[in-house]
Every structure is written in structure tokens, then in C-alpha cells.
Design a protein around this ligand. Structure first.
Ligand code: AMP
Length: 428
């Protein structure tokens, strides 16, 4: 008799090998997920075994399935709230809740997204009826807790999703309040795109013998994203953007600006140029934000201009380009923003516009990412370059530069930050 070969968890490449219920496998199939993503390969078996998991994974890696599939397998329908997932933003809470509902298809498991800016009634009903899964932002959830509507006594599966972002947004006190009201004996799944000290400490404190899994090294982007930094004069940013958008392939473009006013101005300019665009930021009412997102997701508008409100949880298929119209001040924001493209194996493009005053931010960003991002420019928009300096630079480097924008090597140059600086301050 031969014994079955022992199987390392990372060898599992099919959901059907994961001891999942028939309903779950059917739901996964209905979602069109054929093979588990790397983070799912590692986290799902551990989660099913009751282990705590700390996942370093950004959106786009399949992390929601990684924590929700084991959660749903252990729930007893009709026995009250058992799974609580906390998320930093409304958009992410809605997305995780939608994924959870899709993964629970064919069962009696009920779930509700709870966040601010919308009416209380459906949320109260879900809490009072003992929906088994709640996906919530901390602020509104605490509201409900303080009103005595939440029964945490049976919650034995806690998810902290995008923990780094929740701490950045100052949600630590609310998280601590939730933890105090929750049974100590529970399974905890903590997911975070990056692992700064605060999150690391939280992970160590909240989990026991956790399996630590990493989708991509901390701070790096999901595979399949081509990234470019374009140097540009500040006043030429709109023209450069329009020039780039005239290139083939710029079909579905998400643009991040630093300010709400900047987003409004840019949206107006795009509209005047005949480009269908919408805007999404926190000064807009929830219903406008939802509509903007829907119009973008369904392809009714080609461009969505957003502030950081959209950076997490915005799960739109087929974004061809993410543009950082302004360099993100926080390197973690960069990783999250560009994670909107190149989702789950697809390829995408991330373009960041860099002005002379952004050089410091750009360097610290690269330092934090632990890698260099390819620099390029179009001479007529560049703050430093002229066709002459560019060709000198390319010649000095002794190689043909890669062109991301179909202009051929004559217009694209690949400059290091030092070279950019040298061009900018020739005497220094
Ligand atoms: P997430 O990282 O959880 O936000 O997932 C990113 C996107 O990948 C979502 O659109 C998911 O529906 C999709 N996705 C998650 N897991 C898989 C999988 N195993 N195969 C294909 N797509 C997936």
C-alpha cells in the first residue's frame, strides 16, 4: 500500500482541495474564481484550522476571500452575530460586505455593511435580527454599541482589514472599545498593506501563534503594474495629462488629487475637453459618491477624479491607469492608490506626476518602497528637460529608454532622481 504524498499548503492550487463546503465551492465558482491567489492558498487552510492569521496584503491580492472564506465556513446560521470585520472606509466596508454576501450564496447566512453617512434603520434591523456577519467602519459601529444594540457575546471571529489605514485614520480608540466588549476566546485575522510599528504591535497583542503571510513584500505593489514618474512643470500638469490620455489604452482612468478643490478643478477641465469624468471626495454627499463610483465602474464615465477617500476599497474591474496627479504625501498612500489597477492578475499602469518641488517626496517614496520607479518625461511638459538635455542624458546612459507613451525613444528619458536634480540645478 502506498501512502498519499504529504502536501505542503503552498502546493494547493485549487479551492476544491481546501475542505470547503459544497455551497462555498459553488459560490466561489459563481464568482468566476478558478484558482486561489497566493494569499488565499496560505490563509484559507490556516483559517479553517482555527488559526489566527496576520496578512500583509494590499487590495487586489484576494485578501477578502482569504479571511472571509474561513469565516463563513465556521458560522452557524441563526445563532446571532459571529463574525465582525472592521474596515477603515465606507467604500471598503461595502465591498467586503458584498464579497461576503457573494461567498455566502446558497446559505442562510446574512450580512450587513455598517458605516456612517447613511440611514440607521437597516443597520439597526440587522443588529437586532442577529445577522451573522457585520462589516463595519469603527465610528458608526461604536455608535450602535453605545446605544446598546450590539451583542458581541458570540463574536468569535474578528477581522481587522487594512489595519494600517485604520490606525492612520485615528481609529485606535474605537478599535480598543470594540475589543473590550468582545470575547477573549476568538480567532483574529489582521490584514494590512504595510506593517508599521503600530500595526505590528497590535498584531502581536491581538493574535496568538498566528500564521504570518505576506502577499508581496511590505510596501511593494501587486504584480502586473507598470509604474512611471513623469517630471512636469506644475502649470503644465493638465496639458500633460490630456496629452497622455490621448494615447491608446487610456480607457478607464482613476486620477487622485491631493485636494478636493483640485479634484473639482481637474474634473471641470476634463469635461471642457469633452472627456466624460466624475469626481468623488468627502465634500460630496454619500449618494453622489455612490453614483460617481457606479458610473465609473459601469464605464459610463471614462475618468474618476478622487481624493484619498477612494483609495481603499474601490474595487473596479479593468482600471487601465491610475494617475497620481499630485505625489502622495504618505508613501503608504502610493501603494494603496496604485493597487486600484492591475487587480488579481490583470495588468495595469500607474503614472505619477512629479514637479520640481516633489523631488524630496519622490525620493522618500522610493526609499520606502525599497525600489526605484522608472522616470520619464515628455520634453514639452518637463520641468527640467528640453529635447537637448534629454538626448544628452540618454546618450550618457548609453541605452535606449523605454517609452510608456508610444512616443518612441526620442521623447522618453529615464532619469534617476539625482539626474533630475542635476538637470534642475546645474550648479549644485
Ligand atoms: P481583494 O484583494 O480581496 O480586494 O480582491 C481583489 C479582486 O480580486 C476582487 O475583484 C476579487 O473579486 C478578485 N479575486 C479575489 N480572489 C480571486 C481569485 N481567487 N481568483 C480571481 N479573482 C479573485
Amino acid at each position: 500500500m502506498t501512502s498519499a504524498p504529504s502536501r505542503d499548503p503552498v502546493d494547493i492550487a485549487r479551492f476544491s482541495d481546501m475542505k470547503l463546503s459544497d455551497e462555498r465551492l459553488a459560490a466561489i465558482e459563481a464568482l468566476g474564481w478558478v484558482t486561489p491567489t497566493p494569499i488565499q492558498v496560505q490563509a484559507i487552510p490556516a483559517g479553517l484550522d482555527g488559526k489566527d492569521v496576520v496578512g500583509i496584503a494590499q487590495t487586489g491580492t484576494g485578501k477578502t476571500g482569504a479571511f472571509m472564506i474561513p469565516a463563513l465556513e465556521r458560522i452557524r446560521a441563526g445563532e446571532g452575530l459571529q463574525v465582525l470585520a472592521l474596515c477603515p472606509t465606507r467604500e471598503l466596508a461595502q465591498q467586503v460586505s458584498d464579497d461576503s454576501a457573494a461567498l455566502a450564496k446558497g446559505t442562510n447566512i446574512r450580512n450587513e455593511a455598517i458605516f456612517g453617512g447613511v440611514g440607521y434603520a437597516p443597520q439597526i434591523r440587522a443588529l437586532e435580527d442577529g445577522f451573522e456577519v457585520i462589516v463595519a467602519t469603527p465610528g458608526r459601529f461604536i455608535d450602535h454599541m453605545q446605544s446598546g444594540r450590539v451583542d458581541l457575546s458570540k463574536v468569535d471571529y474578528l477581522v481587522l482589514d487594512e489595519a494600517d489605514r485604520m490606525l492612520d485614520m485615528g481609529f485606535r480608540p474605537q478599535i480598543e472599545d470594540v475589543l473590550r466588549g468582545m470575547p477573549k476566546k476568538r480567532q483574529t485575522m489582521l490584514f494590512s498593506a504595510t506593517m508599521p510599528h503600530g500595526v505590528h504591535d497590535l498584531a502581536l497583542r491581538l493574535t496568538k501563534d498566528a500564521l504570518w503571510v505576506e502577499a508581496t513584500p511590505s510596501g511593494t505593489t501587486a504584480d502586473g503594474i507598470e509604474e512611471f514618474f513623469y517630471s512636469v512643470k506644475p502649470e503644465k500638469k493638465p496639458d500633460l495629462l490630456l496629452r497622455l490620455m490621448a494615447e491608446p489604452g487610456w480607457d478607464h482612468v482613476l486620477i487622485f488629487t491631493r485636494t478636493k478643490a483640485g479634484a473639482d478643478v481637474l474634473e471641470g477641465r476634463l469635461q471642457r475637453e469633452g472627456i466624460l469624468a466624475d469626481v468623488m471626495h468627502s465634500n460630496r454627499q454619500m449618494k453622489h459618491r455612490t453614483r460617481a463610483l457606479e458610473r465609473f465602474a459601469t464605464g459610463k464615465v471614462r475618468v474618476l477624479v478622487a481624493t484619498d477617500v477612494a483609495q481603499r476599497g474601490l474595487d473596479v474591474e479593468g482600471i487601465s491607469h491610475v494617475v497620481n496627479y499630485d505625489v502622495p504625501l504618505d508613501p503608504e498612500d502610493y501603494v494603496h492608490r496604485i493597487g486600484r489597477t492591475g487587480r488579481a492578475g490583470a495588468t495595469g499602469n500607474a503614472v505619477t506626476l512629479v514637479t520640481a518641488s516633489d523631488l524630496g517626496a519622490m525620493k522618500s517614496l522610493e526609499h520606502r518602497l525599497g525600489r526605484r520607479v522608472e522616470k520619464t518625461h515628455l520634453p514639452e511638459f518637463d520641468y527640467a528637460g528640453t529635447p537637448q538635455t534629454e538626448s544628452r542624458s540618454a546618450a550618457r546612459r548609453g541605452r535606449k529608454s523605454r517609452s510608456p507613451h508610444g512616443m518612441g525613444s526620442k521623447a522618453a528619458a529615464d532619469l534617476t532622481p539625482e539626474e533630475l536634480e542635476a538637470l534642475l540645478n546645474p550648479g549644485s
